[in-house]
Design a protein around this ligand. Structure first.
Ligand SMILES: Nc1ncnc2c1ncn2[C@@H]1O[C@H](COP(=O)(O)OP(=O)(O)OP(=O)(O)O)[C@@H](O)[C@H]1O
Ligand SMILES: [Mg+2]
Length: 553
């Protein structure tokens, strides 16, 4: 029942401590866990936008440089010089030296005829009048085309500028090396899943993407989702993976540079950090749980020990109260019985005298009378012994302290009992410490206690055994132990042995007052009696006597 209370208390303390200490830790952990993911996501988006912007600027610059050098050439040369094959070749060399990435260069008149050409394809003499780009250049003056196949049947794009000389218009046109341009775009492909490519407004690939599609095929990315200069969207692909797309418009918002990246790959750093966070928090939880259980266990054990001590003290208090009440009653009772006993004894004496008279001597029942009177005397004697003990108990002790040598008191007591012990083949041994000081106490009282205890030990052994008597100094008291190897005291009797009239001895042999009186004497002398007993092993009675130094005379 009590044990149950302790474990309920222990459980409650552990529960409350754990809730109070773990809740903030877990909440903090969760907040960091999710907050961190949000911040990380924003960082990833910022980073991919930054990459797209930077790359778009580089590409824009590339196109601007090429357009500028083409315009410069058209501005500084006359149509006549341009159509001369050698001159055009020179110009082409200069352009490639200064800017590079030009595949070919051609001059076209206002009727769409290709009048001069430098480059790896055989395109001279072809007519471009019907080609869509021709009309664009003629109307706009400067034109950068989308990627197309054209006469050469290879994906490419061109930059063309129109010039007016007298009343004649002509066009200088250059093809950009699609591989060099494509390489610049692909430089933005990162990681295992990252891609970078250009699509036009209709979603047609203008450069070769890294995965799963060809240049000039149609991408399923909806370009209208990308607004402003640079923007980012998130979509789920066929495998259920989240993918971030950053789009940056270039070439007058006709080309869209797309940089995409699987979120999972970018999040790898976050996952490692999260795992670390979870491990740290779990370790913290484990430490808190263990510490809580351990400290609660310590506290409850302390409480239990304190409670036990308190219970012991309470039991002692109850015992003292019981003794005091019984003492008062015994005093009254003894007094009341003593007087009638004295009268009975006096009357039996007188009856014995009467039996000596001649009249009675003739009586047939003389013998009967005599044995009856003896019996009455015997029983009255026994009753007197009881009353004597009880009076001894109840008597108020005057503080009459004298010098007492405990060891010599013990020896005297043993002397009194030695004969009795020897008859029953019981040996009494002594281990008396030499350093026991003379104390102020009451020798007669102490002797009575020792006598009671040693005779109890002898009675318990009954026949064949050893009674050991030990004396020693322990802190502020002298301890005397009477140790026997008798039958011990059963557990259920241990709480009763100090009660008055409790005896296990046959009627007429024990009064059951010995321990009761001894207990009271020791209380009055400021000491105490305790015992430990184990059935079939024996019993140890320990008497503690306060070490009171005698006053110097
Ligand atoms: N050393 C012991 N070993 C075993 N039992 C003991 C021992 N000392 C006391 N007892 C038990 O305690 C009981 C009470 O002892 P107590 O001295 O009060 O009375 P008693 O010895 O029975 O009677 P009396 O003291 O009048 O002879 C004993 O009857 C016995 O059962
Ligand atoms: Mg006794």
């Amino acid at each position: 029942m009590k044990t149950n209370l302790y474990s309920i208390l222990q459980r409650k303390i552990i529960l409350i401590t754990l809730v109070v200490s773990l809740a903030p830790l877990i909440i903090l952990g969760a907040v960091i866990y999710y907050q961190f993911a949000e911040i990380y996501q924003v960082k990833i988006e910022e980073q991919i936008i930054y990459r797209a912007t930077a790359q778009a600027e580089a590409l824009e610059l590339f196109l601007k440089e090429r357009t500028a050098i083409l315009s410069a050439m058209a501005d500084t040369h006359r149509f006549m010089d341009m159509t001369d094959g050698r001159q055009l070749n020179n110009i082409f060399q200069v352009m490639n030296t200064h800017a590079g990435a030009f595949v070919d260069l051609g001059v076209i008149d206002n009727a769409g005829r290709h009048l001069a050409y430098v480059g790896p394809y055989n395109l001279e003499g072809l007519n471009y009048f019907q080609q869509p780009w021709f009309g664009e250049v003629m109307s706009r003056g400067i034109y950068i085309s989308d990627v197309y196949m054209g006469y050469r049947q290879i994906p490419h794009f061109i930059i063309a500028v129109r010039r007016q000389e007298n009343d004649q218009s002509w066009i200088l046109r250059a093809t950009i090396d699609p591989y060099i341009f494509g390489n610049i775009v692909q430089a933005a492909q990162v990681g295992k899943t990252g891609d970078a490519y250009i699509i036009n407004k209709e979603g047609i690939y203008q450069t070769q993407p890294r995965f799963g599609a060809d240049i000039q095929s149609k991408s399923n990315l909806d370009t209208s989702l990308f607004g402003g200069k640079t923007s980012v969207i998130e979509m789920t692909n066929g495998n259920g993976n989240q993918i971030l797309y950053a789009g940056a418009w270039l070439k007058n918002n006709t080309w869209l540079l797309v940089i995409n990246q699987e979120v999972k790959e970018e999040m790898r750093g976050l996952l490692a950090t999260r795992t670390m966070e979870v491990i740290i928090i779990l370790a913290g939880i484990l430490a808190i749980v263990l510490t809580t259980i351990f400290t609660t266990f310590l506290a409850i054990s302390g409480l239990r020990a304190a409670d036990n001590k308190m219970n012991e003290l309470n039991a002692q208090l109850v015992q003292s109260d019981k003794m005091a009440a019984l003492g008062k009653m015994a005093a009254g009772l003894a007094h009341e019985i003593n007087n009638p006993l004295a009268v009975i004894l006096q009357k039996t004496g007188w009856m014995e005298d009467l039996l000596e008279d001649e009249d009675f001597k003739q009586s047939q029942n003389l013998h009967e009378f005599r044995t009856s009177i003896k019996k009455i005397e015997e029983h009255v004697e026994r009753a007197r012994k009881v009353v004597h003990n009880m009076l001894g108990y109840a008597r108020k002790m005057e503080p009459h302290l004298e010098d007492v040598d405990i060891n010599s008191t013990l020896r005297q007591t043993i002397n009194l009992l030695e004969n009795y012990a020897r008859i029953n083949n019981i040996e009494i041994t002594t281990e008396l410490a030499a350093d026991i000081p003379i104390i102020a106490s009451e020798q007669a009282q102490l002797q009575q206690v020792f006598l009671n205890l040693i005779s109890n030990a002898i009675d318990a052994i009954n026949k064949d055994g050893i009674v050991r008597i030990v004396s020693k100094c322990v802190q502020n008291s002298i301890e005397v132990q009477i140790i026997d190897n008798g039958p011990g005291i059963p557990d259920d009797l241990q709480s009763k042995i100090f009660d008055p009239f409790f005896t296990t001895k046959e009627t007429g042999r024990g009064t059951g007052l010995g321990l009761w009186v001894s207990y009271d004497i020791m209380q009055k002398l400021g000491g105490n009696i305790q015992f430990r007993s184990q059935v079939d092993q024996g019993t140890i009675f320990t008497v503690s006597i306060p070490m009171v130094t005698p006053e110097k005379k």
